[in-house]
Design a protein around this ligand. Structure first.
Ligand SMILES: Nc1ncnc2c1ncn2[C@@H]1O[C@H](COP(=O)(O)OP(=O)(O)OP(=O)(O)O)[C@@H](O)[C@H]1O
Length: 298
C-alpha cells in the first residue's frame, strides 16, 4: 500500500495535509497520533470510503479507486455494528460473499476460532459484548484472505488476553507476507508488533521510521541539586531538557554519548551542581511520541 500527498478538508478545517507513506508486504506499520490528528481520515481515504481532495493511493499495485484493488483488503473499522439478527458464522459468510472470494466453511470456522469465538459461532451477534463484537470485526477483516489488512483501534474493547490474541494474529499475518496497517492509541502494543511507525499530528506526518530509527536516540537521566542557569544552559547545549524537580532528562545526540556524558558531568560539577545519579537510558516509544508532539506544539 502506498499513498502520496493525501489531503482532506472538512469545511474550513484541514483534517489531512499532505500525508505520504507506504506499507510493504510482510510489514506491520503503526499509525500513531493524538485525537483528531487525522488517522481515521487517512485510513478512510486509503480504503476509498472518503474522497481525498488531493493525493494518490495505490493498493496492492492498483489505484485505490479501482474496486478490484479492495477485493484483497481486510478492514476493521473503528466503529462497527454487524447485523444483530445474524449469527457470528453468518456474518462471516455474508462478508465472504461480498468480497467475491471462495472460502470454505471450515476455513471460516478456523478464523472464528483464531479470534476466540469458536464457541459462539451459532449465537446471534445482537447478544455479543463489545469485546466479542470487536473480535468478530477482526474475523471479518481476516476471513477473505486479504493481502492488506487495516485495523483501526482493534483492541479498544478487548481485555488483556484479547490484546495478546490480536498481537498473535498480527504477527501471524506478517509471517504470511500480509501488509498490516495498525491504528492504535496503545503505544506499548504498537511498539511490540510494528516494524515501522508513522506519527501524525494535525494532519501531517510529524515523524516516521523504523522503531530503531525513532528510538535510536538515547537520553540521560540525572538527579541533581543546586542547578544554576549556567548549568541548565550547559545541559540544553547537549539536547532537549525536561525537568521535574531534581530529576532532569537530557536527550543525547545519536552515537556521541561516550564523549558527551563524562564531559557534561564534569562541567556540571565544575559549575557547582551536586550530581546524585547519572543513568543513560533508551527512551520508550511513548516518551518519543510525547517528545515529538511537544516539539510540534512548542
Ligand atoms: N465527517 C467529518 N466531518 C467533519 N469533520 C471531520 C469529519 N471526519 C473527521 N473530521 C475532522 O477531521 C479531523 C481528524 O479526524 P480523525 O477522525 O481523522 O482523527 P483521528 O486521528 O482518527 O482521531 P481519534 O484518535 O480521536 O480517533 C478532526 O478535526 C475531525 O473533527
Amino acid at each position: 500500500m502506498w499513498c502520496s500527498g493525501l489531503r482532506k478538508r472538512y469545511g474550513k478545517r484541514t483534517a489531512v495535509d499532505g500525508v505520504s507513506f507506504s506499507v510493504g508486504r510482510g510489514e506491520v506499520v503503526g499509525l500513531l497520533g493524538p485525537n483528531g490528528a487525522g488517522k481515521t481520515s487517512v485510513i478512510k481515504m486509503l480504503l476509498g470510503l472518503v474522497r481525498p481532495d488531493d493525493g494518490e493511493v495505490l493498493l496492492l499495485g492498483r489505484p485505490g479507486r479501482d474496486p478490484r484493488a479492495r477485493e484483497r483488503v481486510g478492514y476493521l473499522p473503528e466503529l462497527f455494528r454487524y447485523q444483530p439478527w445474524l449469527t457470528a458464522a453468518e456474518v462471516l459468510t455474508l462478508h465472504v460473499r461480498l468480497s467475491g472470494a471462495r472460502v470454505p466453511a471450515a476455513e471460516q470456522a478456523d478464523v472464528l476460532a483464531r479470534v476466540g469465538l469458536a464457541a459462539r459461532s451459532g449465537d446471534r451477534v445482537g447478544g455479543f459484548s463489545k469485546g466479542m463484537q470487536q473480535r468478530l470485526g477482526l474475523a471479518v477483516a481476516l476471513v477473505a484472505r486479504p493481502e492488506l489488512v487495516v485495523l483501526d483501534e482493534p483492541t479498544s474493547a478487548l481485555d488483556p488476553l484479547g490484546r495478546v490474541d490480536v498481537r498473535d494474529v498480527v504477527l501471524d499475518l506478517r509471517e504470511r507476507g500480509v501488509a498490516v496497517l495498525l491504528n492504535s492509541h496503545l503505544i506499548g502494543e504498537v511498539e511490540r508488533v510494528c516494524d515501522r511507525v508513522v506519527i501524525l499530528d494535525r494532519g501531517r506526518v510529524a515523524a516516521s521510521g523504523t522503531l530503531a530509527e525513532l528510538l535510536g536516540q538515547r537520553e540521560l537521566r540525572l538527579r541533581l541539586d543546586g542547578l544554576t542557569p549556567a548549568a541548565e544552559a550547559r545541559m540544553a547545549a547537549v539536547g532537549a531538557v525536561t525537568r521535574t524537580g531534581r530529576e532532569v532528562t537530557v536527550a543525547l545526540p545519536a552515537g556521541e554519548e561516550d564523549a558527551v556524558v563524562p564531559a557534561l558531568v564534569a562541567d556540571l560539577v565544575g559549575l557547582g551542581v551536586r550530581v546524585h545519579a547519572v543513568e543513560p537510558v533508551r527512551i520508550s516509544l511513548e516518551e518519543r511520541l510525547l517528545g515529538i508532539l511537544r516539539e510540534e506544539h512548542a
